[in-house]
Ligand binder design. Structure first.
Ligand code: ASN
Ligand code: ZN
Length: 333
């Protein structure tokens, strides 16, 4: 009996035709990615516990792009996990969520009309609902990267999921969601500074969150204020998401990959971009080296400046513009 690492092809709902890491076991292909820590993708089939059944296939050609094919959501979830794995490895030299080369796993078709996705530290896994009404399956690349990054945060800074550290935890997931989407830059889902734009969770085509001006969602905050730690972490993430946009692209109006952004600063002073790659490098080093479970906005600023000094030199242009982006969200020395 043959057993080995294979490369299949799949058609999910969001990225057209993709290649997938699979495994041949006997005469059956499994959705087990042997090149990325053995990450497996399971069909929960409406259940809400356990693993359901591992996706298997006779010819290593998965999904048909329609949600009616059970494999379609599996293709998207597996693709999101592999894109996120590749991003952390290629860009940050991180070998999996724990940096130990071991894969997590994904579960799709969770529950009934479930309109969310989540990471769990206890199963070391990601779970996706099918959506409901207008809301499509929650398996887009930015959602997968957001959830998988919760695992990375748990295994690095360990930012507590409440108060200001909770907002920074959420922002870390949004920041790397955007970074992974730009890294993958698929033709049908190019990189952007929007979160969840493919899901249509609001039913009117708007995304869940905007990083250039987080308040566009009607709830998130654009800038830090004393007391921001008492709002929901998905809204107190706003200023840090805004920091990432300002650092990446600078303040003012801009079009990136065909999407228009406008990013005013809280102090009205302009911010010059350091570039997305530098901003992501700085945030990752801050997260993995300097932030702790209780890091707040002021400490996050210090952590990124230490990271910027390490990577680009104290007082360098990149260092100074990193500080300017914090000033743009009302976090100062
Ligand atoms: N999808 C949400 C998130 O990752 C689930 C939650 O509220 N924890 O933030
Ligand atoms: Zn989250």
């Amino acid at each position: 009996e043959y057993q080995g690492i294979e490369t299949g092809t799949g058609t999910g709902q969001y990225n057209g035709q993709v290649t997938l890491g699979t495994t041949l076991s006997g005469s059956t292909y499994e959705m087990t990615d042997g090149t990325r820590g053995g990450h497996k993708t399971y069909d929960l089939n409406g259940g809400s516990s356990g693993t359901g059944t591992l996706f298997t296939d006779a010819d290593d050609v998965w999904g048909n792009g329609l949600p009616s094919d059970r494999q379609t959501a599996g293709v998207d979830a597996a693709f999101g996990a592999q894109a996120t794995w590749d991003y952390y490895k290629d860009v940050h030299g991180r070998n999996g969520i724990k940096n130990d080369g071991v894969g997590a796993y994904s579960r799709v078709h969770y529950g009934n009309n479930y309109v969310n996705a989540f990471w769990s530290d206890s199963c070391f896994c990601m779970t996706y609902g099918d959506g409901s009404g207008n809301a499509k399956p929650l398996t887009a690349v930015d959602v997968a990267a957001h959830e998988m990054t919760h695992g990375v945060t748990s295994n690095t800074a360990g930012l507590i999921y409440s108060g200001e550290s909770g907002g920074l935890n959420e922002a870390t997931s949004d920041i790397f969601a955007a970074a992974v989407e730009f890294y993958e830059n698929s033709e049908t889902d190019p990189g952007d500074y929007l979160v969840g734009e493919k899901i249509d969770i609001n039913g009117n085509g708007t995304p869940l969150r905007y990083m250039d001006q987080p308040s566009k969602d009607g709830r998130s905050k654009d800038a830090w204020y004393s007391g921001i730690g008492s709002i929901d972490v998905h809204y107190s993430s706003g200023p840090a998401n805004h920091w990432f946009y300002l650092a990446s692209e600078g303040s003012g109006a801009k079009v990136v990959n065909g999407v228009s952004y406008n990013s005013p600063t809280s102090d009205g002073l302009p911010v010059t971009a350091i570039g997305r790659d530098a901003a992501a490098k700085i945030w990752y080093r801050a997260l993995s080296t300097y932030m702790t479970s209780s890091t707040n906005y002021a400490a996050a600023r210090t952590a990124t400046l230490q990271a910027a000094a390490d990577l680009y030199g104290f007082g360098s242009e990149t260092y100074n513009n990193t500080a300017n982006a914090w000033a743009g969200i009302n976090v100062g020395p």
